[in-house]
Design a protein around this ligand. Structure first.
Ligand code: C2E
Ligand code: MG
Ligand code: MG
Length: 566
């Protein structure tokens, strides 16, 4: 469609030439094929270009002219957003001038005195074709919603800037909207689109007249490749503009910046800027994050852990530690069960904390590798202690939230029970409270199934999530594990004690016992005992221990039981 109208329309050509004779000759050659406009000097030429900027296909420009010469016209057009798309062929008698004209952006040149007509027509035709071809591409290089570049072209241009303008140190900026999907969900797509368009306009405005370029990389993600001395001010400006548009809805922007260095490609810079931007998530310190070396080191460290996981499993670098849970309503307290907690003894990095690798593996979907290992070790441990001491110590293992959605979970667990001949009631499963808020329906049904097989479910970190009383009462759980922050602040502040009592009340209402985690002192222990809390897990009794050391607690327990009997 586009092509056929283009073929039938006569293109418009502007000839800017002060010599009448030359104008006549060019007119004679061109008028058979084109609509020709004429201007007698540079200033007139520019005025004519402006007037016909939508329809002009090409300009033939003489260099030596009164009022405004051809070079001045080229310079002016190059700086003019509205005119620079129009290709210009310069008319020149001087070899030296050609180079300068080309450097100033001329598309081609025609030498004077004029060549054969066919050559002139061929040159004009070719440049028009080229420039129209380019403009067709340029429609594809834009994101239709915001008019910014799309991702592919953006990176191509960013690369060009880096390659050809070594003197420009461009920074990478990634900006997006916090929880954009809920902005869309609650206010409609149309509203979301309006916000994105506004941001597009504001970004274009901000970069106009600079070397900077920008694109909408995906949904609400904007990339800017630019130089700016104050990114805080830039973010404030964008935020303010969005605020004007959304008076009723709080919309928060966040921005990550990685400063340009000569040796990093735009791809590398934007990866880092994105990392910085992601760090803003949930940070109350501010919505701007500058990528720094600390972040870089952390990222390399994470990458290393991800790379080393396979070998670590093969070489059995993971070990399981056990931390006892004591029944504190007995006098003296009795060993009731233990939690299996993984430890990574890395041959080069030393002891790696689960806080470093568990969330990382969860994010990368690899946690099941570690957990399957831990579950296997824990199940084997129950069997080993049973045969060694004729004593069955129930163990609990941690389940990550995605595991709950693994269709093979049930089978994996049942296979372990069978292999080690252990009962499901001795193999407890800890699920963190926040998992329950993700997709409660699915979770409730999976957990309901597991409970039918006799597994007991402990809700871990209770009180750290956002479950409402309403949802809790409908959740299938057997034990509440109270988050350690409640007990750890209890001595300073009696309000926290009220909270503990409240949790105990909730558990009483649900008919399930409470395990208090993170109990470190005798005073905390006593408080809980008096308040009626059933179980305690914490340094007060013991830190997590390797199996050999944990055995001492088992032996002690067996002896105490014998004493009680006698
Ligand atoms: P969690 O399941 O809530 O485990 C309790 C954490 O509290 C453990 O940290 C334990 O060492 C620590 N802790 C216990 N008593 C005290 C105390 O009195 N004071 C203090 N300050 N801390 C205490 P750890 O072993 O570093 O584990 C951290 C988290 O990593 C665990 O929290 C759990 O969410 C996760 N995790 C540990 N092992 C595994 C595993 O095998 N699989 C999965 N998916 N997650 C695991
Ligand atoms: Mg746990
Ligand atoms: Mg816990």
């Amino acid at each position: 469609m586009i092509q056929s109208t283009a073929i039938h329309r006569r293109r418009q050509v502007l000839v800017v030439e002060d010599q009448e004779l030359n104008r006549d000759i060019l007119g004679m050659i061109l008028e058979e094929y084109y609509d020709v406009l004429y201007a007698e000097n540079g200033a007139e030429g520019v005025a004519c270009m402006r007037e016909h900027r939508e329809t002009l296909s090409i300009v033939l420009l003489d260099l030596m002219m009164p009022v405004m010469n051809g070079f001045e016209v080229l310079e002016l057009v190059r700086e003019d957003e509205e005119l620079r798309h129009i290709p210009i062929i310069v008319l020149t008698a001087e070899k030296k001038a050609e180079l300068k004209a080309l450097q100033l952006g001329a598309a081609d040149f025609i030498t004077k005195p004029f060549d054969m007509h066919e050559i002139i027509l061929a040159r004009v035709g070719r440049i028009i074709e080229l420039s129209e071809g380019r403009r067709l591409i340029s429609a594809a290089e834009r994101d239709p919603l915001t008019g910014l570049y799309n991702r592919g072209f953006f990176f191509e241009y960013a690369d060009q800037i880096r390659r050809y303008h070594h003197d420009l140190r461009m920074d990478a900026v990634v900006m997006n909207i916090e929880r954009f999907h809920s902005v869309n969900d609650f206010n409609g797509r149309e509203f979301g689109d309006r916000i994105l368009r506004r941001l597009g306009d504001e970004i274009r405005d901000c970069l106009s007249g600079t070397e900077g370029i920008a694109c909408r990389a995906e949904a609400d993600q904007f990339f800017l490749f630019c130089q700016c001395t104050d990114y805080r001010a830039m973010l404030d400006r964008f935020q303010q503009s969005v605020n004007e548009l959304s008076k009723r809805v709080a919309i928060r922007l966040r921005m990550g910046v990685c400063f340009g260095t000569g040796d990093r490609t735009p791809g590398m810079l934007f990866d880092r800027a994105r990392t910085a931007c992601n760090m803003v998530r949930g940070s109350y310190k501010g919505h701007l994050m500058i990528y720094d070396e600390e972040m870089h080191k952390r990222e390399l460290y994470s990458q290393r852990l991800l790379n080393d996981l396979g070998q670590a499993i093969e070489e059995r670098q993971f070990t399981v530690y056990y931390q006892p849970k004591y029944d504190i309503q007995c006098h003296p307290p009795r060993l009731n069960s233990a939690e299996a907690l993984v430890r990574w003894k890395h041959p080069e990095l030393g002891m790696v904390s689960p806080g470093d690798f568990i969330p990382l593996f969860e994010k990368n979907g690899l946690i099941h590798v570690v957990d399957n290992y831990v579950w296997g070790e824990a199940a084997a441990q129950i069997a080993e202690w049973r045969s060694k001491y004729d004593f069955t110590l129930p163990l609990s293992v941690n389940l990550s939230r995605m595991e709950v959605f693994d269709p093979a979970l049930e089978k994996t667990l049942l296979r372990l029970l069978e292999r080690y001949k252990i009962s499901s009631k001795d193999f407890k499963l800890e699920v963190t409270e926040s998992a329950y808020t993700d997709d409660a329906d699915q979770l409730v049904s999976v957990i309901g199934q597991l409970r039918e097989y006799g597994f007991e479910i402990e809700m871990d970190d209770f009180g750290s999530g956002y479950s409402s009383l309403n949802t809790i009462s409908s959740l299938p759980i057997d034990v509440l594990k109270m988050d350690m922050k409640f007990i750890q602040n209890v001595e300073e502040d009696s309000k926290n004690f009220r909270l503990i009592e409240l949790i105990l009340d909730i558990a009483g209402y649900l008919g399930v016992p409470v395990v208090a985690e993170g109990v470190e002192t005798a005073k905390q222990m006593e408080l809980l005992q008096n308040a009626g809390c059933e179980y305690v897990q914490g340094y007060y009794f013991s830190r997590p221990l390797p199996a050999e050391e944990f055995e001492k607690l088992i032996i002690k327990e067996i002896e105490a039981a014998k004493e009680r009997k006698s």
